[in-house]
Design a protein around this ligand. Structure first.
Ligand code: FMN
Length: 311
């Protein structure tokens, strides 16, 4: 997809990675400042867990590396409420619904570049989520500052991770995202309805070239027979052309196409069975049955199945 952010003064390697569709119908941005990389690592955990854009905030003047010099400068900046100029400019900030804001705790509060970011950008009406890397300080004062700098935003519970914990904190971050209700929602495939022997199943169809080609044949009727106590399969009424290589494993519920013998199958059981969980012919997933799979065990061994759009 197109990159949705305008960047100035940043090398190409710093462009946001994988601009992808956001979580659910919300557009999410993860923006952060990091001096020694801990906040960057947490930002990556969030970016991996949530469908978001990712952007690092850079200052016009780099902070010194020497700790004492840096500490003296940061103390002064925090005491005076100084806003260091940034080279990062997010052109379409308005289009985001949720903005994660990451920073190291510096002298008990938000690192000054974030003060600049929150002062120069309008986040009103958005959901703002603070996250930070810290030493041993509480992050509460930093959250208060975030709330006071975005009074018109909904500021959610933040997370603070101690520097030494950062490398092993991915699941902690995922738990927190679940707690605050921001989780990745997988894109929903097209809803389909499958009927056989008086039963109706609901399912999702994938958005792949092959799956779409087969969906174009709906209503698709085929006679499928039970095999191995795990699947119903049978020959397709027409042969699709847009095939891929396929795979030798399946999940229960998978609706698949097998190019070697032009068959469609519904796998309903035994994905974890040491013998029957293995395939000898490659299959390509095209959809998934989302309703109760136990029904398949009780149906006749040979049946006419109809795949159609859900009405
Ligand atoms: C100048 C400076 C001041 C800091 N002040 C604090 C502090 O007051 N409380 C704290 O818990 N950690 C403090 N730290 C530690 C950082 O919050 C911690 O190392 C953090 O993981 C750095 O994140 P980063 O790697 O993203 O820059 C300070 C670090 C620096 C460099």
């Amino acid at each position: 997809g197109e990159s949705r952010m305008g960047l100035q003064g940043m090398p190409p390697s710093e462009n946001p990675e994988y601009p992808v569709e956001p979580s659910g119908d919300k557009k999410v941005l993860v923006v952060y400042f990091s001096h020694t990389g801990n906040t960057r690592t947490i930002a990556a955990y969030i970016h991996d867990a949530v469908k978001s854009d990712l952007m690092e905030i850079r200052t016009a003047d780099a902070y010194p590396d020497a700790y004492d010099t840096l500490l003296a400068q940061v103390r002064e900046e925090v005491a005076t409420g100084y806003c260091p100029p940034l080279t990062t400019h997010i052109e379409n900030l308005a289009s985001y619904d949720v903005v994660f804001i990451g920073y190291p705790i510096w002298v008990e509060t938000v690192a000054p570049p974030i003060r600049t970011f929150l002062t120069t950008n309008d986040l009103s009406g958005k959901t703002v989520v603070p996250f930070c890397a810290s030493g041993t300080s509480s992050a509460e004062a930093s959250y208060r500052l975030v709330r006071s700098l975005c009074p018109q935003s909904t500021v959610l519970e933040g997370i603070a991770i101690e520097a030494s914990e950062v490398p092993s904190a991915e699941s902690q971050v995922q738990d927190w995202l679940g707690r605050i209700g921001i989780e990745r929602t997988e894109p929903q495939g097209a809803a389909v309805r499958i009927t056989a022997g008086g039963h109706t199943f609901t399912g999702e169809w994938l958005d792949t070239p092959l799956a779409n080609e087969i969906r174009g044949m709906f209503p698709l009727t085929a006679t499928l027979g039970r095999y191995g106590g795990r699947e119903y399969y049978g020959t397709m009424p027409q042969q699709p052309t847009d095939t891929e290589e396929g795979q030798l494993r399946f999940e229960n519920g998978d609706i698949t196409y097998c190019p070697s013998n032009n068959t469609i199958a519904i796998f309903y059981a035994k994905a974890d069975d040491p013998d029957m969980g293995q395939l000898t012919m490659r299959i390509i997933p095209i959809g998934k049955v989302t309703s109760e799979l136990g029904v398949f065990d009780e149906m006749e061994n040979r049946l006419e199945f109809t795949f159609d759009h859900s009405k």
